[in-house]
Design a protein around this ligand. Sequence first.
Ligand code: COA
Length: 329
Amino acid sequence: MEAIRIVGTGSYVPDTVLTNRELEKTLDTTDEWIVQRTGIRERRIAEPNEAVSDLAEKASAKALEAAGMSPEDIDLIILATITPDTCCPAGANWLQAKLGAKNAVSFDVTAACTGFIFGLSIAEQYLKNGQYDNALVVGAEVLSRTLDWNDRSSCILWGDAAGAAVLKKSEKGAELLSTHIHSDGSAGDKLLLPGGGSATTPISQESVEKGLHRLKMIDANKTFKVAVKQFAESCEEAAAFNGYSISDVDLIIPHQANARILNAFAQRLKVSIEKVFINIDKYGNSSAATVPLALDQAVRSGRIQPGDKIVLTAFGGGLTWGSALVRWH
Ligand code: COA
């Protein structure tokens, strides 16, 4: 049977750079605090006329080009996002229309920062069972629209970005060896965007004044510790499932939530930090977009070599976490 392979990747970030120094002008914060506590130096902010599907379209076009495929070839589009263009229809449908991918079925997946891994896992099942031959999996966010820019403990973390991967049953390409995904709904209140949902309707002056339409983090310190544990366990799960140990893994491409989380889970796994791909300094946390953005940058910069075993891993709101193991070609 032909393996399921990643045959093209792409990414896009908006042009506008928002540095910590600029945030100092409007917030009670400093560049030093943000760099020391998070590793973030700057992040990208979408233009007012750029929606998630616009960022996703640009990343997808690059992934399709790398795969040597046209939009009409695509069978399935999965867009991982918590900031779709509209609540209805799905952001994936706007993306499908913009790409002209008229033969593809399209839908969104809501799994916050783990969304891209969830998308890979769903695509893997459809390709395995034979219903579709290929899939475009995208992670894209315009989080800047959802932030409370007066909340220094949260707004400094996030950024806007998109990344995409084309999966195909093929003899050539990077083999997707496994995916594992997990949820803990009982801790769903830790990262919350309540406004507009049926628990808080109708949308009102009150819901706006209460900030219910803004992304909120509760108990971020506790979430930090859970994240370290789940990142490490997800990597171990991916390696063990494929008969590898962590030392066999050549590169870990994790969700970029906080550089201290990445350092802590690398220590816990006893892997050198050199084996962990980090770009949070330039882009912050773009939720579902971080993993495919980092993957594309690792591919295009030559950081990934033929034969490398790569673990993609993420943790995020929901709570959700998971991993994928890919053997590069
Ligand atoms: N600038 C300056 N000071 C700040 C600040 C900022 N931007 N944000 C918070 N502070 C202050 C706090 O008010 C607090 O002051 P106090 O001691 O006088 O009360 C102090 O810094 C320490 O705050 P704390 O929240 O303990 O900092 P931290 O080291 O835990 O870092 C996070 C905060 C949010 C960066 C960190 O906890 C984190 O990354 N958590 C996980 C993030 C997460 O959940 N991501 C989503 C899932 S992927």
